[in-house]
Design a protein around this ligand. Structure first.
Ligand code: 13P
Length: 251
């Protein structure tokens, strides 16, 4: 079985101003440096305007930087959009694509997500591709069908374990305090692993993150589930103590 190092990623969403972002990132970078060898990679994904200052503040630390979205185009007349090259310029190594909030608020479908992930890859970024079913889809017993379709449509041609991470985030668990049970997570992550093996030569090595109301009190049991290779954390990533506690629950 492939060795997969855990990835603990913080998605700050639309939260915080420059001072907050600098304080949070510097605090985490300091803890990471002081901790020495740890069994996880740590990533923060601030809002676009904070990428440059945060990137500069953590440049000499192991804390990685990511964007929350990117354009599918390289450059040009795309008002309000941000290209993969701009993210790299700010110090990013990662970008989240296809988050359910983008899919819902901005009508992004699987083809759009695949185009963004392909652009991220072409620009040298690791794409964190998000998938997950709604509550109604789970209640109807369709969660694997939905996630299977999202995976098939959102992963671009040529994706590899080196440039792709999958984040399973059940929509009903995001920001609600409801978390999928370890059994539900095990079933879905096993399903995603099989889909990745079918699709990619190195599908065994792709990291699959769980996201949705991850907090210090549930992180230990979730991170211990087979095929859970880390977490994509929203609310709890805005507090250094909570995010650090989640990361250090990884064994
Ligand atoms: P919460 O951790 O706030 O539920 O958010 C999860 C999420 O959407 C991370 O991308």
């Amino acid at each position: 079985m492939a060795e997969r190092r855990k990835l603990i990623a913080g998605n700050w969403k639309m939260n915080g101003l420059k001072r907050d972002g600098l304080d949070l990132a510097s605090d985490l970078a300091g803890r990471l440096k002081g901790a020495g060898a740890v069994p996880f990679d740590m990533l923060v994904c601030p809002p676009f305007p904070l990428l440059f200052p945060v990137g500069e503040a953590i440049a000499d630390s192991p804390l990685a930087l990511g964007g929350q979205d990117c354009a599918p185009q390289e450059k040009g007349a795309h008002t309000g959009d941000v290209s993969p090259a701009m993210l790299v310029d700010a110090g990013c190594r990662f970008v989240i694509v296809g988050h359910s909030e983008r899919r819902q608020d901005h009508g992004e479908g699987d083809a759009a997500v695949a185009a963004k992930a392909a652009a991220a890859h072409a620009g040298g970024l690791v794409a964190i591709i998000c998938v997950g079913e709604t509550e109604a889809e789970r209640d109807a017993g369709r969660e694997q069908e939905v996630v299977g379709r999202q995976l098939a449509g959102s992963i671009p041609e040529g994706a590899t374990a080196a440039d792709t991470v999958i984040a399973y985030e059940p929509v009903w668990a995001i920001g609600t305090g409801k978390t999928a049970t370890p059994d539900d997570v095990a079933a879905m992550h096993g399903f995603i692993r099989r889909a990745l093996r079918d699709r990619m030569a190195d599908g065994d090595a792709v990291r699959i993150l769980y996201g949705g109301s991850v907090k210090p009190s549930n992180a230990g049991e979730l991170m211990a589930v087979a095929d859970v290779d880390g977490a994509l954390v929203g609310g709890a990533s805005l507090k250094a103590d909570d995010f650090w506690a989640i990361a250090t629950s990884c064994r």
